[in-house]
Design a binder for this molecule. Structure first.
Ligand code: LM2
Ligand code: CA
Length: 464
């Protein structure tokens, strides 16, 4: 591939869920940097309970940087390598609670029982009627930190400062809705610097989601339903309906303003429900191409700061931990443990969604189309096929039809010339296209064929 220009913007990030620091470093250097990813979110780095399940990392024992992904030394080396590749590191920070324990004594911090709220468990009905309990009682089994206390705020702030001193550039605040927005503000106030913040606030009956905007961005969880409905055709929806739901002037779903929102097709929690067509929150790799096409749309559409979720094939086991194998044990491109675009029913190991051909080239698309905050030349062909341009900077067509190709001449909005389709390939160093070449005529028209469950995308950054 051609080198990603040093000064070009970067506007999408990836969660390399459960990846080891050494693998993340290599991925920054060999893939994320060159593809134009802005940042990587990494799993909780602090000391936690141990065990085979993935979720042990959401049970902190202390704020020492040590755990399944590696040591503090390896963490620092990762941050340095990623930075050099133009990729920032965001850290998933678990600061609402500590590991399940009846003594509530964590000498490694240290925290004592007085640093926690009086024990009570959050009940289902609290999410409908009692915000105080949502913030002051416990998530199942997890002692709830008294984040209103000065000493607790100071210890959490020290942890965040430590991460920044190691070179981290931002935080995902885990369980943010279980912490009062003013407590988060008070903690962040003690942490100087310019850093990115996104907060996990799932809307419910009692939480004022917008109150968290003062601290940084917020995960827009409605987006996962939007994607699932459109791409898995739930609730009578289809791709064509996206235009109306994502129209900021009407905003029928009440999505948060674009600049406040981080979005994803799925995250590490929502992807773990079985795809039985009814009782699941979001799509995941087991949905095959429709799941990756949703990423194409997410990266093409100018809404929110998109996060690609890249984890591992968990074979429908909610608790299953990460593959033991590291990715970069062998030469950098022979990584059998990493299989994007695989048949998920047969695949194991890391899913590498961020490397999928429906995803990787779209990061550049988003970066290069960023200045055009509009969607033009909208085409809806029967509900499951949509196309649009982003000003005069890029054009995308998505064919979610299961069996029929889409053959058409489109107004791309682009200047005349030849462009490399970034779904089927990329522009090589020598200027040629490794995938399809798309010719745009003097009127902006291009005639293309898009296979069923496929997409096509061109933009000014990969003009021949
Ligand atoms: C989050 N956001 O608010 C994370 O995104 C989510 O992944 C975390 O839950 C949760 N909050 C707490 O940080 C995960 C997982 C739970 C797991 C917890 C703690 O989804 O299943 O709970 O981490 O490890 C597990 C057991 C649960 C048990 C609890 C305490 O599944 O049955 O409760 O540990 O021992 C008695
Ligand atoms: Ca709390």
């Amino acid at each position: 591939a051609a080198d990603y220009p040093k000064d070009a913007p970067r506007s999408a990030y990836v969660n390399l869920f459960e990846w080891k620091w050494r693998d993340v470093a290599n991925e920054c250097r060999y893939f994320l940097g060159p593809k134009g990813y802005a940042a990587v979110q990494v799993s909780p780095p602090q000391e936690s309970i141990s065990g085979p399940a993935w979720w042990t990392r959401y049970q902190p024992l202390s704020y020492r940087i040590a755990g399944r992904s590696g040591s503090e030394y390896e963490f620092k080396a990762m941050v340095d390598t990623c930075k050099a590749a133009g990729v920032a590191v965001y850290v998933d920070v678990v600061i609402n609670h500590m590991a399940g324990s009846t003594s509530r004594d964590y000498p490694g911090v240290p925290y004592q029982p007085s640093d926690f709220h009086t024990p009570c468990d959050i009940r289902d009905e609290d999410y409908r009627q009692d915000r105080w309990r949502v913030m002051n009682c416990s998530l199942p089994g997890l002692p709830d930190l008294a984040t209103g206390r000065d000493t607790v705020r100071g210890k959490i702030a020290d942890y965040l400062k430590k991460l920044l001193s190691l070179g981290a550039a931002g935080f995902r605040i885990d369980a943010a809705k279980h912490i009062h927005e003013d407590d988060i503000a008070a903690i962040l106030q003690r942490v100087p610097g310019n850093y990115f913040v996104t907060q996990e606030v799932i809307s419910d009956g009692v939480t004022p989601v917008a109150a968290y905007f003062k601290n940084g961005t917020v995960n827009e969880f409605k987006y996962i339903y939007l994607m699932k409905n459109a791409f898995d055709r739930q609730a009578g929806q289809n791709l064509a309906g996206l235009k109306q739901v994502l129209d900021p002037t009407t905003n029928p779903w009440g999505l948060m303003p674009s600049l406040n929102a981080t979005v994803f097709v799925n995250n590490h929690d929502t992807e773990r429900k079985k795809p039985d067509g009814v009782s699941y929150d979001s799509m995941n790799v087991y949905f095959g191409p429709m799941h990756r096409l949703a990423h194409t749309l997410m990266l093409a559409w100018p809404y929110g700061y998109p996060q690609v979720m890249s984890g591992y094939y968990f074979q429908h086991d909610h608790d299953m931990g990460p593959p033991a194998s590291a990715l970069y044990d062998g030469p950098k491109d022979s990584t059998p443990a990493c299989t994007p675009d695989a048949d998920p029913t047969k695949a194991s190991g890391w899913d590498c969604v961020h490397r999928s051909r429906f995803v990787a080239g779209m990061v550049g698309f988003r970066n290069y189309t960023l200045p055009a905050w509009q969607v033009d030349n909208w085409v809806n062909d029967g509900g499951d096929r949509i196309a649009f341009s982003r000003g005069r900077l890029g054009f995308v067509a998505i064919n979610r039809h299961d069996s029929a190709s889409w053959n058409s001449t489109f107004q791309t909005g682009l200047a005349a010339g030849q462009y490399c389709d970034v779904i089927s390939g990329e522009r090589r160093q020598d200027g040629s296209c490794s995938g399809k070449t798309v010719t745009v005529d003097a009127r902006g028209h291009a005639s293309v064929t898009i296979a069923p469950m496929d997409a096509l995308a061109i933009h000014i950054g990969e003009k021949r």
